[in-house]
Design a protein around this ligand. Structure first.
Ligand SMILES: Nc1ncnc2c1ncn2[C@@H]1O[C@H](COP(=O)(O)OP(=O)(O)OP(=O)(O)O)[C@@H](O)[C@H]1O
Ligand SMILES: [Mg+2]
Length: 582
C-alpha cells in the first residue's frame, strides 16, 4: 500500500505542485491544508504516515508548533519543507524531532530520497520503541523486583515490583546510589563482589530497609553484566519478599484481623492499624480493593488518611498496573474542571485550538481519585452521573462516545448526606458513589493507634532528617495519648516532625511537643516561649525573632529551620533576605 503523506503549505501553487510530484512518485496524498489546526484535524480523522510541513503557515500556530503536536500526540513524523534555514528557525524546528529539513527550491530526486529515508527511519524507530515497550511491560509484570546499576553503582532501571518493595518510585530512584534505594539492614551490598567474581552473588534472608524505614525480609541475588565488548558493565539486583506471600493483601488482612500485626505493609505503604476500628476498616478496604467494585466513597474528617487509603486501594487492586489519577475538585475552577475531566476537541471553545484528552481517558484501566467530591458544581455532578451510568462519555465538542474503564474513588471530608439534604449534592449521584463506603474514623475514636502511629512517624522522620531519636519518653506518650487530635493523623505526623527537629536528646521529651490547635495540654509552654517579651513587638521583629530561634535550634540548618517554621526553604531564604539575615 502506498505511504500516506499530508501536505501543510499555505502557498496554493507550491502545494499543488508538490502534490503532483508526490502522486507521480506513487505516494498517496491524504490532503493539502494550510494551517496547523487543519493539520491536527487531518491527523485525527485520517492519520498520514508522514507530514511535509512548511514552517511559516496560516493561523495562530506555526509549522514548528504544529509539528511538535503531531509528533507528541499522534506520533506522526514531519519533514520540513521551507525557504528558511536561519539558525533561529532551525532551533525552533528541532523541538518536534523532525526526520528531515528540505530547503526550497529543491529537486524532485532530493524530495523523493528525503521522504523515503524519513519513512524507513520512522518504521525502524517504531519497531525499536515497541520492543522497548515490550521489555518494560515484561519487567513490569514480574513479581521479582529488578534494579539495574552501572559500574559506579548508580541505579539505571527499576521495575514496578522494585518500586513496591523498596518504597522508592522509579523517578526518585534513577540516578541515586544503589545503596540508598536498595538499603540492607547490615549495610553490606555485595555489588563489588559480584563484579569482581564475575559471577552471581546470593543475598539470602537479609533485611531491606524501605524508604519509609520499615524492615522487610528479602532474598535474591546480584548478577554482573557485561557491555558489548565483554567488559564489566554494572550489575542487576533481583530479589523478592523473603517470607513468601507477605505481599498478598488477603494474608495481610488475615494477620491483621487475627491480631498478629499492627500495620499493613504493602509495597511502599505502611498503614498503622493497631486498634480494632482501624483493623476492621483496613480489612474491608483490602476486600474492596480486590473486588470488581467500580465506585468507592471515602468519607472521613480531614487528615484521617483518605488520600492514603485511595492509593492503597489502587495499588492493591488488579488495576495497579494502570494509572492512578487524582483530581482535587475544589482546587480547579468549574469551567476548567469540565475540560480536565472530559477533554475537548479543537474548536470546542473559541480559544481551544488543540484536542485534549480528559482525565477520564488518561485514567483508563486504572483509578480516578476525585478528592473533595462535595465541591463538584451541579453541572459537573449531572455530567459525571451520566458517565457512571452509561460507562461512556464525550469530549467537550466531541461526537464520539468514549468508553470508560476505570474505578472511581471519591473522597469527602464533609457529611455528603447532609449536603444532599440541603440540595448542594445530587441524591442520585450520592447513591451511585456510595454503593461502597469506607469511613476512616477520626483519631480520637481509636486512641489505641496514637502511640503506634507516633512511633511510625518517629522512625520515618528520623530517617528523613538523619536524626538520632530512638523513641518516645513515657511522659511524652501520656501527653500524646491524652490529646484529642482535631487534625487527626496529619496533625500527629506534623507534631512528631516538629518534635524530632526540636529534640536535643535521644528520646522525645514533653518539651518538644507543640500542638498547633489550642486544645492541647502542651500549649502554654510553647506560646510563652514564642511570645517571650522583647523590646520590639512589631510583626517584623517577631518574625525575625522566630526565624533566629529556629535557626539557633537547628544549628543554622535552613532546611530543618524551614520545616520547624512550617514554610518552604525558598520562602525562608526569601524572608531572611528581606529581614537582612542573609
Ligand atoms: N493509618 C495510617 N498509618 C500511617 N499513616 C497514616 C495513616 N493515616 C494517615 N496517615 C498519614 O497521615 C497524613 C494525612 O493523611 P491523608 O492525606 O491521607 O488524609 P486525608 O483524609 O486525605 O485528609 P484531607 O481530607 O485533609 O485531604 C498522610 O501523611 C498519611 O500518610
Ligand atoms: Mg486528602
Amino acid at each position: 500500500m502506498a505511504d500516506k503523506i499530508l501536505i501543510v503549505e499555505d502557498e496554493h501553487i507550491t502545494a499543488e505542485d508538490l502534490a503532483e510530484i508526490l502522486k507521480g512518485l506513487r505516494y498517496q496524498v491524504t490532503a493539502v491544508v494550510s494551517s496547523g489546526a487543519e493539520a491536527i484535524g487531518e491527523a485525527e480523522q485520517n492519520p498520514p504516515d508522514l507530514v511535509l510541513m512548511d514552517i511559516r503557515i496560516k493561523g495562530e500556530m506555526d509549522g514548528a508548533e504544529t509539528a511538535h503536536i503531531l509528533r507528541e500526540r499522534f506520533d506522526i513524523p514531519v519533514v520540513y519543507l521551507t525557504a528558511h534555514a536561519d539558525r533561529e528557525t532551525l532551533e525552533h524546528a528541532k523541538r518536534a524531532r523532525p526526520l528531515g529539513y528540505i530547503v526550497k527550491p529543491f529537486h524532485e530526486s532530493e524530495l523523493h530520497a528525503s521522504v523515503e529515508i524519513a519513512l524507513s527511519k520512522h518504521r525502524h524507530d517504531r519497531s525499536v520503541l515497541s520492543r522497548e515497550r515490550h521489555v518494560t511491560d515484561v519487567l513490569g509484570a514480574l513479581t521479582t523486583a529488578i534494579i539495574s546499576v552501572d559500574e559506579a553503582e548508580t541505579v539505571l532501571m527499576m521495575n514496578r515490583a522494585g518500586e513496591n518493595l523498596t518504597g522508592w518510585s522509579r523517578q526518585e530512584a534513577l540516578g541515586e546510589p544503589a545503596r540508598r534505594v536498595f538499603r540492607l539492614a547490615d549495610n553490606d551490598l555485595p555489588i563489588a563482589e559480584a563484579l569482581q567474581q564475575r559471577s552471581l552473588v546470593e543475598i539470602r534472608d537479609r533485611f531491606l530497609i524501605t524508604k519509609n524505614g520499615a524492615r522487610k525480609p528479602i532474598s535474591g541475588n546480584i548478577a554482573p553484566l557485561r557491555d558489548s565488548s565483554g567488559r564489566p558493565g554494572g550489575a542487576v539486583i533481583m530479589f523478592e519478599a523473603g517470607a513468601g506471600g507477605r505481599e498478598d493483601p488477603h494474608l495481610i488482612s488475615k494477620t491483621l484481623l487475627e491480631g498478629q500485626a499492627n500495620a499493613i505493609e504493602f509495597g511502599r505503604f505502611h498503614i498503622v492499624a493497631a486498634s480494632e476500628p482501624m483493623k476492621q476498616v483496613l480489612s474491608f478496604a483490602v476486600r474492596v480493593a480486590r473486588s470488581e467494585a467500580t465506585t468507592v466513597l471515602l468519607e472521613g474528617e480531614s487528615g484521617t488518611g483518605k488520600d492514603l487509603m485511595a492509593q492503597f486501594l489502587h495499588y492493591s487492586s488488579y488495576r495497579r498496573t494502570g494509572p492512578f489519577v487524582a483530581v482535587n475538585c475544589s482546587a480547579i475552577p468549574e469551567a476548567l474542571l469540565e475540560s480536565e475531566l472530559f477533554g475537548r476537541e479543537p474548536g470546542a471553545y473559541t480559544d481551544a485550538r488543540t484536542q485534549k484528552k480528559g482525565l477520564l481517558e488518561v485514567a483508563r484501566g486504572g483509578t480516578l481519585f476525585l478528592d473533595e467530591v462535595g465541591d463538584l458544581s451541579p453541572g459537573v455532578q449531572a455530567k459525571f452521573l451520566r458517565v457512571l451510568e452509561q460507562q461512556s462519555f464525550r469530549r467537550l465538542g466531541g461526537v464520539h462516545d468514549i468508553e470508560v474503564d476505570l474505578r472511581v474513588i471519591a473522597a469527602t471530608n464533609r457529611d455528603l448526606s447532609g449536603a444532599v439534604q440541603t440540595g448542594a449534592f445530587r441524591l442520585d449521584l450520592f447513591h451511585r458513589l456510595s454503593v461502597i463506603q469506607i469511613a476512616p474514623p477520626p483519631l480520637r475514636d481509636h486512641p489505641e493507634d496514637i502511640l503506634p502511629l507516633a512511633n511510625h512517624f518517629v522512625r520515618q522522620h528520623n530517617l528523613r532528617y538523619k536524626a538520632h531519636i530512638s523513641g518516645i519518653a513515657p511522659a511524652t506518650a501520656k501527653i500524646l495519648s491524652a490529646y484529642d487530635w482535631p487534625g487527626n493523623v496529619r496533625e500527629l505526623r506534623n507534631v512528631i516532625e516538629r518534635a524530632i527537629l526540636l529534640e536535643e536528646s535521644y528520646i522525645l521529651q514533653p518539651g518538644s511537643i507543640q500542638f498547633a490547635s489550642r486544645r492541647g495540654p502542651g500549649l502554654e509552654r510553647s506560646t510563652t516561649e514564642q511570645a517571650a517579651p522583647r523590646a520590639d513587638l512589631s510583626l517584623k521583629n517577631s518574625e525575625r525573632n522566630l526565624i533566629v530561634q529556629a535557626l539557633e535550634k537547628t544549628g543554622g540548618n535552613k532546611t530543618k529551620a524551614a520545616a520547624l517554621l512550617g514554610i518552604s526553604r525558598d520562602v525562608l531564604r526569601y524572608r531572611m533576605k528581606q529581614l537582612k539575615l542573609l
